[in-house]
Design a binder for this molecule. Sequence first.
Ligand SMILES: [Zn+2]
Ligand SMILES: [Zn+2]
Length: 386
Amino acid sequence: MDVSFLGTGSGYPTPCRGASAIALRYEGNVWLIDCGEGTQTQIMKLKCIRPGNMTKIFITHLHGDHMFGLPGLLCTISMAHKPPDGITLSDDLGSDGQATNNSKTIEIFGPVGLRRFIREALNLSRSALSFQYVVHELVPEKDQYNAAKSGDPSWDKWNPDHLATGPLHPSELGSGRNIFLDKAQQQWHVCMTDKITVIAGQLKHRIPSFGYVFIEGSKPGKLNSEKLIEAGVPKGPLFGRIKNGETVTLDDGRVLNPAHFIGRPQPGRKVAVLQDSCNSWFMKNMCYKCDMLIHEATNENSHQEQCVKNGHSTPGMAASFASATESRMLVLTHVSQRYKHHITHEVGDNDVTTDVLEKEAKDIFTGPVAIAYDGLVVNVMRKADP
Ligand SMILES: [Zn+2]
Ligand SMILES: [Zn+2]
């Protein structure tokens, strides 16, 4: 499992720092979190990401620097993703109309309004796709809209209808779900594969914004075959039965408890992506003991008042959250374009660098801190890994 930072800037893309986009790679699949303008060219630069392997896209909120790249990216994937002759796209659908094979269906998750945005952008531009897609929408709570107002009186006058209407795009599946808050658990159950569960929580921002948490299931412990051989167990099917947790009786009458021959299960990894937010504390429990906490930090601590007013965080705020959640590693992203990074920018004498952000985070959080830059790839280690 690794995380690639494709775009790490706030607001708009520049030649040195793209708008928000992060790719999570896991067992051959690519999951994209946010898709700011220009994400597709960022993907081309980073050769380890294959657009054809993209199966899921998660959008945190509907600000343009997090999703204006989506229609273009879908069209480009379409060109790289033409189905082989003789296979029809409907082969991927189960009898209930749900996608059963992700290889030719892209699932897109994001706040209400995303379905309409994608449908209209693709329909109006007459963009045909060579694969099918489905949009599952997270329905914000009312207070997320209230928080969004931030005292801005123009908000009430400017209240577009977020619901998708009209005919589906020819490649759009009509099985998109509306995902509501689970009030008991205070989280949105986004999706689940056999290996990873994805949940979302609310962040305070100028419009409804969601943080995503990716939770890997634990891996069964390894079979200790040396110990089995020492115990006189013949190699063969018995090994498999013990590995599956079965209590086995040998020919000589001895009963073998599988627990003695299987190592401890390896805990799964947990990655949280918390983009635009001036208050992440609603997600404290969900982010408990993250292996990697990715949190926005748009401006330095001395700008906190204005930063919060704009719906954003400082390194101090992100680091306090990382400490409180006992996360193992903190990566700061969504950095204001004014901060130059030594790796991706030419840094002049009068430039402010990301070093200031790193120092401010390290003053509070004692674990490893990284300031993301475009092209950074970070491996997500298991707790047991060295
Ligand atoms: Zn943003
Ligand atoms: Zn935003």
